[in-house]
Design a binder for this molecule. Structure first.
Ligand code: MLT
Ligand code: MN
Ligand code: ZN
Length: 313
């Protein structure tokens, strides 16, 4: 199995347009440190041909696709075509769905999301309603724990992780009853290996452990180092936990939990621009390294060690 980590930042990117923090200023001067929003591309085989699924398309999608030839129209054939056939959403957050607008140009994609996320996209953030007038996308339902397939080589299982609604829908009562799949994590499995992806971990409970268990590669929520990271910099914001992100530090924090979790590669993604782990040689970066965890970077390609062919044989 192969994937491209298209972007690794939380919603604002790095640099964020209105942020003058040290990390954003550094990224302004050093372009190689800039980060686009958290997004993955997963490759799969479908009857002998390669296909790609985009997971969590955000505002930077157009630039992300421009950086990777594999995701662009093939050289031969009709002028308008794409190897991208599928989109998968882990939640309805703006940074994971706004890129759908980039995919309006006349294509027919399968867009997988839970019922609740589809409902958000027809109501509070009506991107799905808008898209219907531009493209003939097929909106497909994800049911947590019921696997679906990408072509014939990758099995995807969504694990319901939390009921946290995006900020834009927080006060929309009709959703409350069905909130349990507001946020899912994804397990991608090929014949011999698996990758787990959870960019929004609000609490580390058995559901998170089950999702990550047995994965060869883990991509986990690296948004904040401390609970009060934003407010300590003078930004009007609640705690990391109130935003649905368990911090990395602390006894029950994501780093300590990842240290206890077995995997060949453990990576952090969806990293907020304020996070001190982004600074080389910071004590917080050292803590990440001491825990045997690495920081994902935009454009990195990951492959599982065993190549599985046809899953359904
Ligand atoms: C989050 O991950 O907490 C949200 O995506 C924040 C945002 O809306 O950018
Ligand atoms: Mn986000
Ligand atoms: Zn900043």
């Amino acid at each position: 199995m192969q994937l491209i980590v298209l972007g690794t930042s939380a919603g604002g990117g790095c640099p964020q347009w209105n942020c003058g923090c040290d990390n954003c200023n550094f990224a302004r001067k050093n372009g190689q440190s800039a980060r686009t929003t958290d997004c993955l591309a997963i490759q799969y085989r479908d009857e002998g041909a390669d296909g790609w699924a985009i997971v969590n398309p955000g505002v930077d999608l157009r630039h992300q696709l421009a950086r990777h030839a594999q995701l662009q129209p093939p050289k031969a054939g009709p002028i308008r075509q794409t190897p991208i056939q599928t989109v998968i959403l882990t939640d309805g957050e703006l940074d994971h769905t706004m890129g759908l607008i980039n995919l309006r140009e006349g294509s027919a994609l399968k867009i997988f999301a839970t019922d609740l996320v589809h409902e958000l996209m027809e109501t509070s953030f009506p991107v799905r309603t808008v898209l219907k007038n531009y493209a003939s996308h097929e909106f497909v339902r994800i049911v947590p724990d019921e696997p679906f397939f990408l072509g014939d080589s990758v099995k995807v299982t969504a694990h319901a992780l939390s009921d946290k609604l995006p900020k834009y829908a927080k006060n929309s009562h009709p959703f409350a009853a069905r909130c349990s799949s507001a946020v899912v994590g994804l397990k991608f499995e090929s014949a011999h290996s698996s990758i787990a992806y959870a960019p929004q971990i609000g609490v580390w409970d058995d559901k998170v452990s089950a999702l990550l268990s047995g994965a060869e590669i883990i991509l986990a929520d690296g948004t904040f180092f401390t609970s009060d990271e934003m407010s300590s910099l003078g930004v009007k914001a609640g705690s990391a936990e109130s935003m649905g992100h368990l911090p990395l530090s602390g006894a029950g924090g994501i780093l300590a939990r990842l240290q206890e979790t077995k995997a060949r590669i453990k990576l952090l993604t969806h990293i907020n621009n304020t996070n001190p782990i982004l600074r080389d040689n910071s004590p917080e970066r050292q803590a990440v390294e001491m825990a045997g965890v690495k920081i994902a970077v935009d454009g990195m390609c990951l492959s599982t060690s065993k190549v599985g062919e046809n899953l359904r044989d």
